[in-house]
Each structure stands twice: as C-alpha cells, then as structure tokens.
Design a protein around this ligand. Sequence first.
Ligand SMILES: NC(=O)c1ccc[n+]([C@@H]2O[C@H](COP(=O)([O-])OP(=O)(O)OC[C@H]3O[C@@H](n4cnc5c(N)ncnc54)[C@H](OP(=O)(O)O)[C@@H]3O)[C@@H](O)[C@H]2O)c1
Length: 298
Amino acid sequence: MRRDRKIVWHPAGMAAIAGKRVIVVGGTGGIGRAISRLLASHGADVTVVGRRFRDADRPGIAFVPADLGLMGEARRVAEELPAGNADILIFTTGIFAAPHRQMTTDGIERDLAVSYLNRFVMLRSLAPRLGRDRRDAAFRPRIFVMGYPGTGAAGDPGDLNAERRYTALGAHKNTIAGNEMLVINLARRFPGIGSFGLNPGLIRTDIRGNLLGENSLRHRIVETLIGLLAPDADSYARRIAPLLLSPDLERFNGAMFDRKARAILPTAALTPDHIDRFMAASERLAQPWLEGASSPRL
Ligand SMILES: NC(=O)c1ccc[n+]([C@@H]2O[C@H](COP(=O)([O-])OP(=O)(O)OC[C@H]3O[C@@H](n4cnc5c(N)ncnc54)[C@H](OP(=O)(O)O)[C@@H]3O)[C@@H](O)[C@H]2O)c1
C-alpha cells in the first residue's frame, strides 16, 4: 500500500455526528458493530443490517434483518431502507472464502455473494436515493465501502464466480477488487455522493471463521495472535469515526483510507477498461435480481 499524500483531511469533532442518520450494512458484528455503537453513543440515528442483532439494549440503533448471501434479500432490504433521509451509508458485511468452494442457493460463490455482490445489488437501489430527501444537509451524502483497497488485487472478471478455478485467496481477491472498483465507479457515476474505500488492516473479529473453521482451535489461536498484535474493532472505530464526518471529504471523491485513516493510492491495475469489464461481469451475474430495477447501471 502506498500513501496518497495529496489527500489531507482534518478530523471532525464527534459532536458533528449528533442527529446524523447512518445506515451500516454489516453493523451487527465486528467492525461495523463497533462503528455503529460509537456513532450511536454520540447521538447518531443508526440503522444496522445483518442476521443477528446484539444491541437491542442500545439507544439509537435500529435493526433490519437480512441474509445478504441471498441476492433477493439484498434487493428487498435495499428497497426498504430509509436511504432518502440517510447522511452516511457504510458497508461492512463480509466473510472470508472457505478452503473449498461454497455456493449459495442462488448459485453464487459464497464469499463473492456475502462480501461483494450484495453490495452491488443494493447500491442499484440505494445510490440514486441516498440523502435525496434531506433538508439543510451540511454535506453531500457519503458512502464508505469497507474491504481491502489499495493492496493490488485486480480480480478476474472472466471468472467472477470462480467456476473454472477455485482457491480461497483467488475468490477473496475478487471481492477485494470488486469493492475497490465499486468505490471508483460510484465516484464516477454519482458525483453528487462522496464515495470512499476503507481498509482497516488486520483487526481481531470473526471474519476468518469461514476459512479456519468457526470457533475451531486454529481460529481461536489466530484471532488471539491478531488481538495481541493489532488494534481491536473499537480502537479502529475510534480512529476512523472522525474521518466519516470530516468536512474535508467534500473536496475528494473515490479516495481510499488505511487502518490509520490515512489516504492511500488505489490499485494501479484498476483501469477504467478493467472496471467496465468487472462491472459488466457483476451485472451479468446479478441480472436475475436486478430485473425491473429502474435505477442506472453501476
Ligand atoms: N477483520 C479484519 O482483519 C479485516 C481485514 C481486512 C478487511 N476487513 C473488512 O472489514 C469488514 C468487516 O469485517 P469484520 O472483520 O468486522 O467481520 P465480522 O466480525 O465477521 O463481521 C461481519 C459482519 O457481516 C455480517 N454478515 C456475515 N454474513 C452475513 C450474511 N450472510 N448476511 C448478513 N450479514 C452477514 C455479520 O452479521 P451477523 O453476525 O449478524 O451475521 C457481521 O455484521 C469486511 O468488509 C472485511 O472484508 C476486515
């Protein structure tokens, strides 16, 4: 990862978050949950999407259930979410690809479905509506896509669904590349929205369970080691929160930020031509769940 020193931002005080409407897709666990709880504790009105709600006792957090491994669910929930009034939309849903190819009942490789393709489907409905009904908004609406941007993954638009060849890393790289390209493409197609990529680096969460075996000894050892070496989700949330509201983001679009919220350069291989091919491959794969969608292509 290389720093982008042209992008300099100054933190917004946490008071700026009071009263803001935030949607966190993936806000029920791990990093998304830490961000949701922090923003709600400073007065934000947060809606989280996920499978298991763990914060019913917390004021300021509403829950919308959805299994985002299923594209029909992704479309349904996107159409139901109160995007018109939202100031900030954050995507943090994710898993890691399993050692052997797993497929959802939609016929989609599971990591691709959970970590990338549902975002592609949801954004078709969410991006055109985001923040449209707000009054007196101090800034343009913002989308933050969490993944692993700036790390050189280009993905394979010729085998997006890993049907010809499967490795866990190869499949996961399709999700990493796809999410980085979503940011670049959103900035291109929706200049009225600020779109940004977030790379949290290594954080101790549940994300590697699908690769290492949920709650297996190996999983617990790896996460314990990560916990010793890297910050936890709450520390990362405290680091990234002042960026989410920074007035300086009005001047940039499509920027990526590392684990310390410093701007980083996008992956060089993600040329406009490559992005168009990847988006077209995503469109083909998601087509059955996009039918009848009136919103523009991503
Ligand atoms: N942790 C790291 O070291 C690391 C490193 C690089 C990038 N990232 C990125 O950071 C983001 C957050 O990851 P994390 O580490 O916080 O992971 P995590 O602790 O496993 O949390 C993942 C979130 O995704 C949700 N989720 C998983 N499967 C779902 C499904 N089928 N339907 C609906 N929601 C589902 C979970 O909700 P439920 O619990 O409700 O199912 C949870 O809210 C991801 O984009 C990941 O790629 C993380």
